[in-house]
Design a protein around this ligand. Structure first.
Ligand SMILES: Cc1cc2nc3c(=O)[nH]c(=O)nc-3n(C[C@H](O)[C@H](O)[C@H](O)COP(=O)(O)OP(=O)(O)OC[C@H]3O[C@@H](n4cnc5c(N)ncnc54)[C@H](O)[C@@H]3O)c2cc1C
Length: 430
């Protein structure tokens, strides 16, 4: 019996229920990771992945491979296109069971569909590893997912997040003649360095200091390493388990006391959770212009305006500054994301999907559910009971950048001068 465990958004050993499932099944273990969709064109002339996330994911797989090697295992990397490559592996190693993280978004579900059709004898098992709760723990059928985040949070209040499981001390051996992992050296892109150990480090780093005590006050700041937790890249790649984070937060509350800020951090993790199940419920509607209600907005695609938005050369300095930060670091604060998304939809009257696709290319922490779900929310075609968000850019500048430091630092007021400015994350950032 050969068990194939697929490492997608679960690039870790800690609290990895897929490995626990494989251990229960017994047999030889083949650990496989999918290569990135490099060169695969996305929409609007964009790529599906930019070089920063590509580096991050590569580092994460590299570290996972090293950790597996210490347990007598190894990670097999298969390149795109995935389906024929995976099929060849399944046939070559007589794979009987394939264990995969539950695919939530429709584009991820497609792979399971193809595999089942191509390999009718294969036992395909979906395991929840990217969410706080397992599907079976939800107190409703996925079709009855509450229409708003608040109702979702209330419904989940009585349900306990399961305790994370520690990394395994041993693993079954791989089948013979496994193709070795190709070592490709990569430079480390500070401050977000891929891998489970860096993710754990950032978790501890944030919770060890005073920042969680004032998260509620700082979370909407446009910048500052400590203004928010900066867990998203590791969460998106699955280097960090959401349940491990939840447990660490509960531990923090036990030690230092719960407060509005820790409560707020949990709420944000529940937003992430909501969008994961939302993607599962709505399938392809997650990517459709009319969104979940099939209500088509009065926007369109204007190539020149879109290029201005991407490059940060719009008439709006704050938007330009945010886009320059995104382009130069692969990260943007939540408030920055909201502002540029609102400007794209409301000021520039552009189709929200081109903004979402650009974020998909640029973000280090790109997560299909969180990205497209948040974009729908702002565009008014998603889960917002108020029907979309329009941020007043002048008011937002006064509130979040009263002295113009952020706008000046990221050259929002001088968009033509696209000279590189240093990215001054503090030295103690991981
Ligand atoms: C248009 C738009 C697109 C976005 N695209 C993504 C994306 O591709 N990937 C992604 O991880 N987040 C996305 N977000 C959500 C949010 O902006 C980031 O999760 C957050 O800024 C990451 O920084 P942090 O880890 O310091 O967050 P914190 O504020 O410290 O929050 C802690 C964690 O809670 C979760 N979280 C916080 N806010 C949200 C939210 N609004 N929606 C979902 N989860 C949230 C994240 O996992 C985050 O790491 C998007 C938001 C908007 C408005």
């Amino acid at each position: 019996m050969t068990i194939l465990v697929l490492f997608e958004h679960n690039l870790r050993l800690d609290d990895n229920p897929l490995l626990a499932r494989a251990a229960q099944l017994g047999g030889e273990l083949l650990c496989v990771s999918l290569g990135d969709p490099l060169g695969q064109p996305g929409s609007y002339g964009l790529r599906r992945i930019g070089h920063r996330r590509q580096h991050f994911l590569h580092q994460s797989r590299q570290e996972l491979h090293s950790a597996l090697t210490r347990l007598g295992q190894q990670l097999v990397l298969i390149r795109q296109p995935v389906i024929p490559a995976l099929s060849r592996l399944i046939e070559r190693h007589d794979v009987t069971h394939l264990v995969r993280q539950r695919p939530l978004a429709s584009n991820e579900q497609a792979l399971s569909w193809y595999l089942t059709r191509r390999h009718p004898g294969l036992s395909l098992q979906h395991v929840d590893g990217h969410t706080l709760f397992d599907l079976e723990q939800l107190p409703f059928d996925i079709e009855d997912l509450p229409p708003s985040y608040s109702a979702f949070r209330r419904a989940l209040q009585p349900i306990k997040v399961r305790a994370p499981t520690p990394a395994p001390h041993s693993l079954p051996a791989p089948p013979p003649e496994v193709t070795p992992w190709p070592h490709i050296s990569q430079h480390r892109v500070r401050p977000f360095i891929g891998g489970e150990s860096q993710g754990q480090r950032q978790l501890a780093h944030y919770l060890d200091g005073p920042a969680p005590g004032h998260y509620k006050e700082t979370r909407n700041d446009l910048e500052g390493w400590q203004n928010s937790a900066k867990w998203s890249p590791w969460l998106a790649a699955g280097c960090l388990s959401p349940r491990r984070i939840w447990q660490a937060l509960c531990h923090y509350e036990l030690t230092w006391g719960a407060n509005d800020s820790t409560e707020w951090l949990k709420r944000e993790l529940l937003w992430r959770e909501y969008f994961q199940w939302y993607a599962m419920k709505w399938g392809r509607r997650l990517f459709q212009f009319g969104g979940i209600g099939q209500k088509r907005p009065l926007t369109s695609f204007y190539p020149t305006r879109f290029i201005q938005w991407c490059q940060g050369t719009t008439p709006y300095p704050l938007v330009n500054a945010c886009m320059h930060e995104l382009n130069e670091t692969g990260y943007l604060s939540n408030r920055g994301r909201q502002l540029v998304a609102s400007a794209l939809v409301n000021e520039l009257q552009l189709d929200w999907r081109c903004g979402a696709a650009y974020f998909e290319q640029q973000l280090i922490d790109y997560d299909v559910s969180s990205n497209w779900g948040n974009w729908q929310y702002i565009a008014g075609v998603g889960a917002d009971p108020r029907g979309g968000r329009h941020f007043d850019l002048d008011k937002q500048s006064r509130l979040h950048d009263p002295k113009g430091h952020y706008t000046h630092k990221w050259r929002g007021d001088n968009p033509v001068a696209l000279a590189k400015s240093p990215v001054d994350w503090p030295e103690d950032a991981p």
